[in-house]
Design a protein around this ligand. Structure first.
Ligand code: HEC
Length: 124
C-alpha cells in the first residue's frame, strides 16, 4: 500500500511536470499556469498581479504587464514575437534583458496577461 502511494506521488510529479505539453490544457488552466509563471519570473521586474505580495526587485519597476498588454499596439501575436525572439529587433530596442522562454511558457503567459488586460488596480 505504501509503495503504491509512493508510486502515485511519483507519477503525479512526473505527469505534473509534463502537463505543459498536454494539448488538452484548458483556457483556465493556461491562465492559472501563466499567473503562476508571471509571479515567479516576470514579477521580479514588472507588476503582474494584484496578489503579487512583494514589490519588484527592479526599482523603479518596469511597466505593469496588464497595462502594457492594454496598449493598442500590443496583440497576442506581437507579444509572442517579443517573448519568443530575445535577440529580435523589438527586443533589442527595449530595455528588457534577453532570456529564452519555451513555447508552452509563452502560451501560458499570454493567456494570463490577456485575462487581466487593462486591470486598473495595477500601477502603470
Ligand atoms: C530582469 C527584469 C525583467 C524581467 C524578469 C522581465 N522583464 Fe519585461 N521588461 C523589462 C524592462 C526593463 C522593460 C522595458 C521597460 C521600458 O522600456 O520602459 C520590459 C519591457 C517588457 C515589455 C514591453 C515591450 C514593449 O514593446 O514596450 C513586455 C511585453 C515585457 N517586458 C514582458 C515581460 C514578460 C512577459 C516577462 C516574464 C516572462 C518579463 N517581461 C520579465 C524587464 C524585465
Amino acid at each position: 500500500m505504501r509503495t503504491s502511494a509512493l508510486l502515485s506521488f511519483v507519477l503525479a510529479l512526473v505527469f505534473g511536470a509534463i502537463t505543459p505539453t498536454n494539448a488538452q490544457e484548458t483556457k483556465s488552466e493556461l491562465v492559472a499556469a501563466g499567473h503562476d509563471f508571471a509571479l515567479k519570473i516576470c514579477a521580479k521586474c514588472h507588476e503582474v498581479a494584484t496578489d503579487q505580495g512583494s514589490a519588484p526587485i527592479m526599482q523603479p519597476p518596469a511597466p505593469s504587464l496588464p497595462v502594457i498588454v492594454a496598449r493598442p499596439d500590443i496583440t497576442e501575436a506581437s507579444l509572442r514575437s517579443f517573448l519568443a525572439n530575445p535577440h529580435g529587433d523589438t527586443r533589442r530596442n527595449s530595455n528588457m534583458p534577453s532570456f529564452l522562454l519555451s513555447d508552452f511558457q509563452i502560451k501560458q503567459i499570454i493567456a494570463y496577461l490577456f485575462s487581466v488586460k487593462g486591470n486598473k488596480n495595477l500601477r502603470d
